[in-house]
Design a protein around this ligand. Structure first.
Ligand code: ATP
Length: 376
């Protein structure tokens, strides 16, 4: 994939190396069993258990301060858990009696700031993890990895001469070159310019699949996690709230807070009538609740489309905002105090000041108990 970026005021364009040329690893299984760690009074990670299958790409997702980085550091061996066990391929890396230091874990690490050694050339940065090999062999391997990320011409340069995107590639090459069983990546794209991020992300994903290492990536960006991960681990306040494929987590979030994390929802109060949640926007399936119970109904902005008159709740378009491929509408409906946010494909959206009927896709509606804690 071609990427172009500004370096010292000039545009540079270069290709990543051919796909399929990175060395494969023997992927490891990473297991956490009831792991906890506090910093003084702050419980950073609380009773976390999961099992990453060999070769799986997992995103650790959650708001700032929820414990993602601490969990990654525990996996790496930079932090030691207070309780619980960490295993790679069923071998105990950390536990009540054992602790294997980071350099003995066969893991690859990549940080948000790339953490390249400024005083070392690019090739020496990449060869750093191969100190066990003969120098000539280490340089050969490092050169091969640099070629895969398209930077073989930069081997004698120093990190400060490279753009952010190039530094990210060097860090990636350095992390994969020892063929780690498990790759741990902390916000690996957040330091990059938005224009570059998508292509770097796609290339990194291709490279991870190629090396077949098990990978755990920390991110606070739900869109990034949905696009990258085979499975998402959703964290909040030190706890693992939900684990599932991107589709499972998006379609069936564990609670209302998880749903809000992925999408700006319209939130209404409904009442159970004959096994349905009744709201001013219509009724939605909500089984096994008591008649008359209040429930929380969440409707995604993209659930709405124009309907023939009389075949859906009627709304009045208070405001419209064009955002390129979509239009955002602010619509008021009878019976609702708050206006509703609606997102429609550009070209299909009604203009400001119009009244019309809307139909609502029930697949884009989530119903929870009134406190938001349990999906119905
Ligand atoms: P962010 O996305 O902002 O990096 P995070 O989800 O990665 O956040 P952590 O960095 O793991 O969260 O932090 C979890 C909690 O532990 C936070 O309250 C943080 O302030 C605290 N914390 C992390 N490291 C330390 C430390 N070395 N000493 C004291 N408190 C810490």
């Amino acid at each position: 994939m071609n990427t172009a970026e500004f370096v010292n005021g000039t545009v540079k364009s270069h290709e990543w190396g051919p796909r399929g040329t990175a060395g494969a690893t023997f992927a490891g299984r990473l297991t956490f069993e009831d792991v906890s760690l506090s910093f003084g009074p702050i419980p950073a990670v609380r009773g976390v258990s999961f099992d990453l299958k060999p070769g799986e790409i997992v995103c650790l997702l959650g708001p700032s301060g929820c414990g993602k980085t601490t969990l990654l550091r525990i996996a790496a061996g930079i932090e030691r858990p207070e309780t619980g066990r960490v295993l790679i391929d069923d071998l105990e890396m950390a536990g009540p009696k054992n602790f294997v230091p980071p350099e003995k874990r066969n893991i690859g690490l990549m940080f948000q700031d790339f953490a390249l050694f400024p005083h070392m050339s690019i090739i020496d940065n990449v060869a750093f993890g191969l100190r066990g090999l003969r120098r000539a062999d280490a340089l050969n391997e490092a050169r091969h990895a640099l070629k895969r990320v398209g930077l073989e011409d930069y081997e004698r340069d120093y990190p400060h001469r490279l753009s952010g995107g190039e530094q990210q590639r060097v860090a990636l090459a350095r992390a994969i070159v020892p063929r780690p069983q498990v790759m741990l990546m902390d916000e690996p794209f957040s330091g990059l310019d938005q224009r570059l991020r998508d292509s770097v992300r796609a290339e990194t994903l291709a490279l991870l699949k190629e090396t077949r290492a098990t990978a755990m990536l920390v991110t606070h960006d739900p869109v990034e996690a949905l696009g990258l991960a085979d499975r998402i681990l959703l964290m909040r306040r030190g706890r693992l709230i939900q684990a599932g494929t991107p589709t499972e987590i998006y379609r069936r979030p564990a609670d209302a807070e998880a749903a809000r994390f992925f999408c700006d929802m319209n939130e209404l109060t409904g009442r159970i009538r004959n096994g349905q949640a009744e709201t001013p926007l219509g009724t939605f399936p909500a089984q096994s609740r008591a008649e008359g119970e209040a429930v929380l109904v969440m409707v995604r902005p993209q659930a709405f489309s124009a309907a023939p008159a009389g075949l859906g709740p009627e709304g009045f378009v208070l405001a419209e905002r064009f955002i390129g491929d979509a239009t955002l509408l602010t619509v008021i409906f009878k019976g609702l105090e708050e206006p509703v946010a609606i997102r429609m494909p550009a070209g299909t959206a009604p203009g400001q000041g119009t009244s019309l009927a809307f139909s609502i896709d029930p697949a884009q509606v989530l119903v929870f108990t009134a406190d938001g804690s349990t999906p119905i």
